[in-house]
Design a protein around this ligand. Structure first.
Ligand SMILES: *[C@@H]1O[C@H](CO)[C@@H](O)[C@H](O)[C@H]1NC(C)=O
Ligand SMILES: *[C@@H]1O[C@H](CO)[C@@H](O)[C@H](O)[C@H]1NC(C)=O
Ligand SMILES: *[C@@H]1O[C@H](CO)[C@@H](O)[C@H](O)[C@H]1NC(C)=O
Ligand SMILES: *[C@@H]1O[C@H](CO)[C@@H](O)[C@H](O)[C@H]1NC(C)=O
Ligand SMILES: *[C@@H]1O[C@H](CO)[C@@H](O)[C@H](O)[C@H]1NC(C)=O
Ligand SMILES: *[C@@H]1O[C@H](CO)[C@@H](O)[C@H](O)[C@H]1NC(C)=O
Ligand SMILES: *[C@@H]1O[C@H](CO)[C@@H](O)[C@H](O)[C@H]1NC(C)=O
Length: 654
């Protein structure tokens, strides 16, 4: 073990106490000082760990472990492991098995934690014979006097040899893909603190994760131990929210409350490990337009493809890191769905209004939703059940109609081959018919009295106006005011996309009310006429479309304007298919269906790009979609999603 900071730093003056010091020699009375330990950074068998400064338990009623031969650990903290051994008799081979199973299950435990071994048995008296001299020279046993002396879960710990206190080690990882804004760690009273350890020799943010061995999902805590990254639009008590803006991060204090969506996940056992990057104020940005902070990197293909906005950090992280299980994003007009497609992971825009977005930086509250980017469809369903209220569960069969919008019906290339084959397998799996559907012509035939027959004329500007004019009122105005107050009337920098949208919408009359009225009429038409509910199948139909054409989009191509129409950066005019679910409030889920090859101009090699499809259902039918997707994964119709350059897994080219 190697300590990279003075070993006794973490054990001084804990908990936080004022220290009165009088330096008599110089006849100066010093003011009181506050000192707080922030934890330590250590290496155990060449793996770096952050040691939490607060003890979580005590092993006082045990014999001290015998000093290690060779005296290689002249430190107070000793890496030890607690094993729960049930009533089984201990023997050499069973211990080997427990160690092997810990190594297989957990990326935090390593054999360096066998400096002390605590075999815990249930019942009043240990009934196992502890070997005094283990055949294995790596291991020194800690002998409990009483069973049940500690209630810490089994797993690796750091034991203070002077106090008997136990501390949690967090394995440190380097965020080489730039997916995170900041690493965080739980502190006292439900608060969080920035992770103080930083990996030496890394130019990236450092993230710490606790042992997987501590946690087991239960009915009350179905997300127990799930490592969660949170898009940096959600407040986390004790941590600043940055929303992708340097000025915003600096001007406001730490959040004093945790946003409701995050708190629901924490209450269900999720472990928040960091804040993840967002485009600035959730705007539609290309990677190259992320001026304040560099955009995260897409792991797929050559590693230099567009990463998608605005939940780009969650998308990039989920495609890249085995040590991250789940990421909370937000979707206003595609902000979960687009990065899910680009980074080849699952992503859901849920039914609107299923969780309160308190203490969350808004874009347009009429469209804002909280949802996930994730690799594991089962975990996805569990996380949705935790996050959302009142999801309909009473369907008895899947929809018998599949509507496709602008999808190929014959295979003419590798992408259409995947799409046609997916629709074919899906139709057979749920015994549904599939047919092409065009909402533009359906609208012109059935639109409500008093509305234009051209749907674009009616709601083409609605999303752009409503989001920008709401965000100007809710975010820009207080932010600019606070900045001007601090810096003598100056205004802060904003990225091109946000600046474009705020400038455009700010120059127009206030159209919030008419936009809400138009949206409501369209929503009612969609939910009653185009995609009505169904008593048996929850949704009358499934609506399938593609948003990403699975063509290379290099992050270093400078042709064309910023995202937006008519040269207006950040202004998304026109009702595109991806805006239907924001307008109508129904669920819209992204699933990868395969990959296609392309010749990369970056690696000069053939690489793979993910191909995804979006599936919509009637409002409230989120669980039906999740059940269906899980079945399709089980049947091999939807591929398993791994991290790396390909859905099959692989390296990332950096
Ligand atoms: C060790 O214990 C396990 C179960 O407790 C038992 O199955 C196994 O036979 C034992 N091995 C030896 C070598 O005693
Ligand atoms: C949190 O901070 C806000 C803004 O600074 C303040 O208005 C509010 O009262 C604080 N809430 C709590 C619970 O401290
Ligand atoms: C099933 O769910 C639908 C939609 O929420 C609801 O209208 C219907 O009453 C429910 N049926 C039963 C039997 O609970
Ligand atoms: C849908 O219909 C409109 C007009 O009716 C047409 O302009 C458009 O091309 C159609 N879209 C598709 C994908 O077929
Ligand atoms: C609302 O609909 C009217 C047509 O009825 C249209 O002229 C107007 O541009 C729309 N405005 C917005 C903001 O949706
Ligand atoms: C923001 O947009 C306005 C209007 O187009 C422009 O005058 C201004 O220079 C832009 N600001 C920045 C920082 O790009
Ligand atoms: C299409 O897929 C086949 C089989 O995987 C592959 O050999 C071929 O190179 C692909 N063609 C293109 C244009 O991607």
């Amino acid at each position: 073990m190697r300590f990279s900071s003075p070993p006794n730093l973490g054990s001084v003056s804990r908990p936080l106490v004022p220290v009165q010091a009088v330096v008599t020699l110089l006849l100066i009375q010093c003011a009181s000082a506050k000192m707080a330990p922030l934890g330590q950074t250590v290496e155990i068998n060449d793996v770096a760990y952050h040691i939490h400064p607060d003890a979580i338990g005590r092993l006082e009623s045990c014999y001290r472990p015998k000093p290690s031969s060779g005296g290689v650990l002249p430190y107070d903290l000793l890496p030890i492991t607690i094993f729960d051994v049930g009533q089984s008799q201990y023997n050499e081979s069973s211990l080997k098995q427990w160690i092997a199973s810990y190594l297989a299950k957990d990326d935090v435990f390593n054999e360096g934690f066998l400096q002390g071994t605590y075999l815990r048995v249930p019942g009043p008296k240990p009934n196992i014979a502890l070997p005094d001299a283990s055949g294995d020279s790596r291991i020194s046993f800690i002998r409990p006097i009483e069973a049940g002396a500690i209630d810490c879960p089994a797993g690796p710990y750091m034991l203070s040899q002077s106090t008997g206190e136990l501390f949690m080690p967090y394995r440190l990882y380097s965020d080489t893909q730039g997916s995170f804004h900041q690493g965080v760690i739980a502190a006292k009273g439900g608060r969080f603190e920035p992770l103080s350890s930083s990996l030496a020799g890394s130019s990236s943010v450092t993230i710490g994760v606790p042992s997987r061995l501590y946690y087991k999902p239960t009915a009350q805590k179905p997300l127990s131990g799930v490592r969660l990254g949170v898009k940096d639009l959600y407040d986390l008590e004790g941590i600043k929210t940055g929303a992708g803006s340097r000025a915003y991060y600096n001007i406001y204090p730490e959040a004093n409350v945790t946003a409701v969506p995050v708190q629901r996940l924490i209450d269900a056992g999720a472990i928040v490990i960091g804040k993840m990057k967002t485009t600035q104020f959730a705007a539609p940005e290309f990677a190259r337009d992320a001026i304040d902070y560099q955009a995260p990197f897409n792991p797929r293909g050559d590693g230099y493809q567009e990463v998608g906005s605005s939940s780009s950090g969650p998308g990039s992280g989920m495609g890249s890191y085995e040590w991250l299980d789940l990421a909370l994003g937000s979707d206003t007009g595609g902000s979960i769905r687009v990065p899910a497609e680009d980074n080849g992971v699952f992503g859901n825009r849920p039914s609107h209004n299923k969780v309160a977005l308190t203490n969350t930086v808004p874009l347009g509250p009429q469209f804002d939703t909280a949802g996930f980017l994730v690799r594991d469809a089962k975990l996805w369903k569990t996380a949705c059940e935790v996050l959302y209220s009142d999801l309909t569960t009473n369907y008895t069969k899947y929809p018998s109609k599949i509507l496709t919008y602008d999808l190929p019906s014959t295979a003419t290339d590798n992408v259409s081959n995947l799409v046609v084959s997916f629709i074919d397998k899906l139709s057979k799996h749920i015994s549904a018919t599939s047919s092409a559907y065009n909402y533009t012509s359906h609208w012109s035939q059935t639109h409500p009295a008093g509305t234009p027959s051209d749907v674009q004329e009616f709601v083409g500007n609605t999303w752009a106006i409503l989001t920008a004019q709401e965000q100007i009122k809710l975010v820009k105005e207080p932010f600019f005011k606070a900045y001007a107050a601090k810096y003598n009337g100056r205004q802060p920098f904003v990225n091109p996309s946000t600046n474009g949208s705020w400038s455009w919408a700010g120059s127009q009359s206030n159209q919030v009310d008419v936009a809400v009225a138009n949206k409501t009429v369209f929503m009612d038409w969609w939910n009653q006429v185009a995609m009505p509910p169904n008593r048996d199948s929850c949704s009358d139909s499934l609506f399938l479309y593609m948003f990403n054409n699975a063509q290379p989009a290099y992050r270093n191509t400078y042709t064309g304007a910023a995202i937006g129409t008519q040269g207006l950066a950040g202004v998304l005019l026109g009702l595109n298919t991806g805006f239907i679910s924001p307008m109508a409030g129904n669920p819209d889920f992204v699933v990868p269906i395969g990959e296609v090859r392309y010749k990369s101009t970056v690696t000069a090699h053939e690489e793979k790009l993910p191909v995804s499809i979006r599936i919509m259902a009637a409002r409230g039918c989120d669980l039906m979609l999740l059940d269906l997707i899980n079945e399709l994964v089980g049947a091999g119709i939807i591929p398993k999603v791994n991290t790396g350059d390909s859905l099959d897994g692989g390296p990332i080219y950096i």
